[in-house]
Design a protein around this ligand. Structure first.
Ligand SMILES: Cc1cc2nc3c(=O)[nH]c(=O)nc-3n(C[C@H](O)[C@H](O)[C@H](O)COP(=O)(O)OP(=O)(O)OC[C@H]3O[C@@H](n4cnc5c(N)ncnc54)[C@H](O)[C@@H]3O)c2cc1C
Ligand SMILES: NC(=O)c1ccc[n+]([C@@H]2O[C@H](COP(=O)([O-])OP(=O)(O)OC[C@H]3O[C@@H](n4cnc5c(N)ncnc54)[C@H](OP(=O)(O)O)[C@@H]3O)[C@@H](O)[C@H]2O)c1
Length: 426
């Protein structure tokens, strides 16, 4: 075993990075293959891969320009000292403004003192010969009290102070504000108060790795790790934006070239049954298909005799039937014994995986009663919750239990005692 970790990631390259969706799809779901090279990294079907993203260089440059920094200024960070360009690229999440950073503005944007703090920001002095970028100065705020040649920017009637107060006083307004804004937006609203490089990074969220359920079995795809990644793209305040890691993987990670930090995140619970003759039911719409591709590869390698039932769903068959060729080949070969597909945007009514579970309730109950494992992967907030309640309804209806008994059977019996209802939801 190797000792690569989030703090000491293996620097991997990509073998593949392509869009799984059909032409015309409005989704961008990518198949991304990492090369494990001589890392010694090992994994099993069901594990996740940690990926360490980097912030977009144009966003880093935009922030440096807006603040009048060269990028070479030293700052203190949770990982030690470094220059601010490195800090904004690899140590902080600069694509989403943090509450703490906004809170930190308090001392300077709404000072308790009746004196008005005036700050002259670097942009306004970018042409000074001595290269000094910032100057703090407090005065009464009356016109004559401003040194000659300087521009007064902050004042007690500053609308930014009102905005700041409204965010600090109203949690919903704060959530709304940070939901769609990055630090470029933050500087547009508050940048005039001026920042030293250290003040600018203090309070930003630390950059965190993202986890992805592995979509391959190490025995079927030796030396590589496959992922199924839904790219997050949105448009706010007249700019296109992406999720940090998915934007990085989609837009800035080139096959055979880019160096990407990765590490394994092993699971103890989301595993195949030890007994290869045990049946499994897998519910994995959208990117939830990922670990089930891994499970199916592994069941093929193991020549498992247990039956495999796959529920998959997404918007349309044409656009979002992920891994169609492989799934159809496995259905033809008999590896997939039951295959139910829910297309939510193909007709007038939403068809979701749990609707198909309901239609097949009796058979699902028979499989479970016979010892089958039940797996769910994908969206935690809606899909997994609805699949959970549908499973309870099925157990109640076909297992002859009251609603309460079925809930107990599923949540205590299957989940906790027998550990054969397993979820990988996010
Ligand atoms: C165990 C585990 C397994 C996972 N497996 C997978 C997997 O197999 N495939 C996969 O694709 N993902 C998977 N994920 C999710 C993945 O880790 C990331 O969370 C996801 O890729 C988004 O990361 P990001 O850095 O691109 O987005 P971030 O920069 O973290 O941004 C995502 C945020 O953007 C927000 N957002 C979305 N749309 C908008 C909008 N219109 N306006 C403003 N904000 C918006 C979302 O609410 C979310 O909070 C998994 C997560 C876990 C914990
Ligand atoms: N917690 C998270 O942050 C999280 C989790 C999962 C996905 N996402 C984001 O969502 C985007 C796409 O993800 P994805 O491709 O994996 O697909 P997805 O959004 O999970 O959608 C897959 C399928 O599930 C359907 N669905 C929606 N609500 C459902 C419900 N209550 N029960 C059952 N099925 C339901 C969708 O239908 P409709 O869309 O037609 O309703 C779609 O057909 C990505 O941007 C991803 O990052 C975020």
């Amino acid at each position: 075993m190797s000792d690569w970790s989030a703090k000491n990631p293996y620097i991997s390259k990509l073998n593949e990075n392509w869009i799984l969706n059909g032409e015309g799809s409005r989704k961008e779901t990518r198949h991304i293959v990492f090369d494990l090279g001589d890392s010694g990294l090992e994994y099993k079907a069901g594990d996740a891969l940690g990926v360490i993203p980097q912030c977009p260089p144009e966003l880093v440059q935009g922030l440096l320009d807006a603040c009048g920094f060269s990028g070479e200024e030293e700052v203190e960070t949770h990982l030690g000292d470094c220059n601010i360009r490195e800090a904004l690229t690899n140590r902080y999440e600069i694509h989403r403004i943090s509450k703490k950073w906004i809170g930190n503005l308090g001392d300077r944007i709404a000072p308790d003192s009746p004196n008005i703090e005036i700050r002259i920001v670097g942009r306004h002095r970018a042409s000074t010969e001595d290269g000094e970028l910032l100057m703090d100065w407090s005065g009464s705020g009356v016109e004559d009290d401003v040194p000659e040649g300087y521009v007064e920017i902050g004042s007690a009637s500053d609308p930014a102070e009102d905005l700041w107060r409204s965010l600090m006083d109203d949690a919903d307004a704060m959530e709304d504000y940070i939901w769609s804004r990055d630090y470029i937006d933050g500087l547009a609203d508050f940048g005039h108060i001026g920042f030293t490089p250290q003040q600018f990074v203090d309070g930003m969220d630390r950059l965190k790795p993202r986890l992805y359920s592995i979509a391959s079995s190490p025995d079927f795809e030796p030396g590589t790790v496959h992922l199924t990644v839904a790219i997050v793209r949105y448009h706010h305040h007249d700019r296109d934006r992406t999720g940090l890691c998915t934007g990085y993987l989609a837009d800035r990670c080139d096959v055979d070239e880019s160096e990407i930090g990765v590490f394994m995140s092993p699971t103890r619970s989301f595993v195949l049954p030890e007994d290869n003759s045990t049946d499994i039911i897998m519910v994995g719409p959208g990117t939830g298909i990922a670990p089930f591709r891994a499970f199916l590869q592994q069941r093929q390698v193991n020549a498992s005799t247990g039956r495999n039932w796959l529920f998959f769903g997404d918007w349309t068959e044409e656009g979002e039937y992920l891994y169609r060729d492989e799934m159809e080949a496995w259905t033809d070969s008999g590896l997939i014994n039951r295959h139910d597909l829910a297309w939510s945007r193909a007709g007038p009514d939403k068809v979701y995986v749990q609707h198909l579970m309901k239609q097949n309730g009796e058979e699902i109950w028979n499989w479970i009663d016979n010892g089958a494992y039940f797996y769910v992967c994908g969206d935690k907030n809606y899909m997994a919750r609805d699949v959970h309640s549908t499973l309870i309804e099925i157990c109640s209806e076909y297992g002859g239990m009251s609603g309460e008994e079925a809930k107990e059977f599923v949540e205590t019996g299957l989940m906790k005692t027998e550990k054969r209802y397993l979820r990988d939801v996010y």
